[in-house]
Design a protein around this ligand. Sequence first.
Ligand SMILES: Cc1cc2nc3c(=O)[nH]c(=O)nc-3n(C[C@H](O)[C@H](O)[C@H](O)COP(=O)(O)OP(=O)(O)OC[C@H]3O[C@@H](n4cnc5c(N)ncnc54)[C@H](O)[C@@H]3O)c2cc1C
Length: 307
Amino acid sequence: MSLSRKAVLGVADIPQVRKMFETNSKAREMVGRFVAGDTAEEAIAVALGFKQQGINVTLDLLGENVNSEEAASMAVVSYADVLRQAAAAEIEPNVSVKLTMLGMDLSDELTRANLNRILDVAREVNGFVRVDMEGSDYTDRTLAIFRDAHDEYGDHVGIVLQTMLYRTGEDVLEMIERQARVRLVKGAYSEPETLAMGSKENDAAYRQLMRMLLKKGKYPAIATHDPTLIDEAIDYARKNQITPDRFEFQMLYGVRQNEQERLRSKGYNMRVYTPFGKDWYPYYSRRIAERPANAFFVARQFLDRSK
Ligand SMILES: Cc1cc2nc3c(=O)[nH]c(=O)nc-3n(C[C@H](O)[C@H](O)[C@H](O)COP(=O)(O)OP(=O)(O)OC[C@H]3O[C@@H](n4cnc5c(N)ncnc54)[C@H](O)[C@@H]3O)c2cc1C
């Protein structure tokens, strides 16, 4: 991870900065670039727009690191509701869930039970739940909970693996072995150098793991905006007779929208990670940290406002 990215994530963690953002009226406007709305209804309206272009979504209720059973339970109810609303609106019922929102800071048993409650609904509506991957403090426990869920719910549940972590080669092999659906990402969290590689090395790791998943994985999701890696995925698939129905590309809402449409028009499956909800701050700060230009843009907006 680059120094500038670490710095932005560090600044975003300062409570005063967070407060300034959350109480600033202009901030909400800026957040709209990356967040589809406050409510499930707004997110589903956005999803219907994507559907007209042949693009799928995965809906993400914003929020993480809840510290009460009640808050975790509310998240379960909201996710169950989103899955049902999506099915009723004839959108593929596909959601992305962070286990810290289901109680992982409280107990693994609670988290498991909460995830299963969401998965029961996913099974009922023939939907899919992707378990997002969070910081490395959670990796082992997330994978353990995922394995149990996959044993029980099979193709209704998938996982995310982050190529920046040195361990991920092993995790990819395991997921290929159990034919679990993987979303491959570079990794968005600030990690110690002992566990995670720098960006050049990470690109090489992504390339290698992407090829393994394309060749032997179960409907992998190539989740990146990196034009070189996207071209390489297309090229590799073509040369190895891997047809476009065997994988999908994924990108984030608000990032490289033209590219999302272009890939779809070329016959590739495209899914847009579409977050909604009021608890947008941690998600938004990770998006800002990903690109220096975004951080400059945000800083400029604040400076203009204070003139
Ligand atoms: C669908 C999806 C789900 C994800 N889920 C997870 C997860 O569960 N856990 C996790 O750790 N990470 C997740 N991520 C984030 C991921 O780890 C990366 O942080 C993020 O995708 C940026 O990396 P990149 O592969 O796009 O490559 P980069 O090298 O960061 O970016 C390549 C190019 O894409 C464009 N770009 C990238 N990000 C932005 C941005 N925010 N704003 C504007 N332009 C941008 C720029 O043009 C940049 O040059 C997810 C990403 C996607 C697309």
